[in-house]
Design a protein around this ligand. Structure first.
Ligand SMILES: NC(=O)c1ccc[n+]([C@@H]2O[C@H](COP(=O)([O-])OP(=O)(O)OC[C@H]3O[C@@H](n4cnc5c(N)ncnc54)[C@H](O)[C@@H]3O)[C@@H](O)[C@H]2O)c1
Length: 269
């Protein structure tokens, strides 16, 4: 169903790897709501992924970029403005990767080179994207930038490992840059804190299957899925949310505010 909520809006969507990706669903919904955008992902993901299929269905161009490289980001943002013909209205940062998680290295036995990589890919990439866009004056007033995060930024989830620290930093960058970009150019920056979702990045976290079931039973509404997360992103890109900025917005079926649920309590009777 389209209400043309994003009619005339132009943007960049990072992180659509395959049909499970949250960014994939955001691209489909953004297209449905009348937006035009460029899709981007790391060059290596481009080879493995199915992004071409998505690009065709959304009538979108693809520009590869490693989100840790400011040169790549400059070329991406310039390329997107050239292809779309105007400045941007929205950016989705849907990027996460931890070599420590991938390689099963414990939090208290971390490999610091990998830890740096986690922070660079999963958090600093947002700062780099915002700083590059701001220097290039690439985003229109009231433009909206969304990054995806997880509640392990606030509470301990042991298997989330160094990604928890990366998400804390991501949320902090959102507040700090949201202030500076808001004051200078009325650009808004927010994170959406999503329920556990079966994607390539999500399923890579240890114990994911047990954990997603636990979160389902702890959330009064159940876990929010990728498609509903995409709907929330569209609302945040639209003009209906113009004064929302510097926020961490939970999209988790109520998980973050639940101390314990009846379903979980019943297991301990
Ligand atoms: N799946 C979940 O349970 C869950 C929950 C909350 C938040 N999130 C967050 O949602 C976002 C999207 O993840 P997803 O679950 O859709 O998984 P996904 O694996 O489909 O997406 C992660 C993306 O990050 C990209 N990426 C990795 N390194 C990159 C780099 N150097 N440059 C550019 N892109 C790079 C990958 O290619 C991939 O497309 C991530 O930030 C993730 O942490 C996911």
């Amino acid at each position: 169903m389209s209400n043309n909520l994003l009619k005339g809006k132009k943007g960049i969507i990072f992180g659509a790897l395959n049909e499970q990706s949250i960014a994939w669903k955001v691209a489909e919904k953004a297209h449905e709501q009348g937006a035009e955008f460029v899709l981007t992902n790391a060059p290596i993901a481009m080879r493995m992924g199915e992004i071409q299929k998505l690009a065709e269905s959304c009538n979108a161009e693809i520009i590869p970029a490693d989100a840790t490289s400011t040169e790549d980001l400059e070329a991406l943002i310039q390329g997107a403005m050239d292809k779309l013909g105007v400045k941007l209205d929205f950016i989705l940062h849907s990027i996460g990767m931890s070599p420590n998680v991938r390689k099963g290295k414990a939090y208290d036995d971390t490999n610091y080179d990998w830890f740096h990589k986690t922070l660079d890919v999963s958090a600093l990439s947002l700062h780099k994207t915002l700083q590059t866009a701001k220097k290039m004056d690439a985003i229109n007033e009231w433009g909206s930038v969304i990054a995806l995060t997880y509640i392990a930024a606030q509470r301990i989830f042991p298997d989330y490992n160094d990604m928890a620290d990366a998400k804390s930093l991501l949320e902090s960058i959102t507040r700090s840059f949201g202030y500076h970009y808001g004051e200078a150019k009325k650009v808004r920056v927010n994170t959406i804190s999503q329920s556990p979702t079966p994607t390539t990045a999500g399923s890579g976290v240890g114990g994911f299957d047990a954990f997603i079931n636990y979160a389902e039973d702890m959330s009064p509404l159940g876990n929010a899925n990728a498609e509903d997360c995409a709907n929330y992103c569209i609302a945040m890109f639209s003009d209906l949310t113009r004064y929302v900025t510097m926020q961490n917005l939970f999209h988790d079926g109520g998980f973050s505010m639940t101390g314990v649920s009846k379903k979980v309590m019943d297991r301990f009777l």
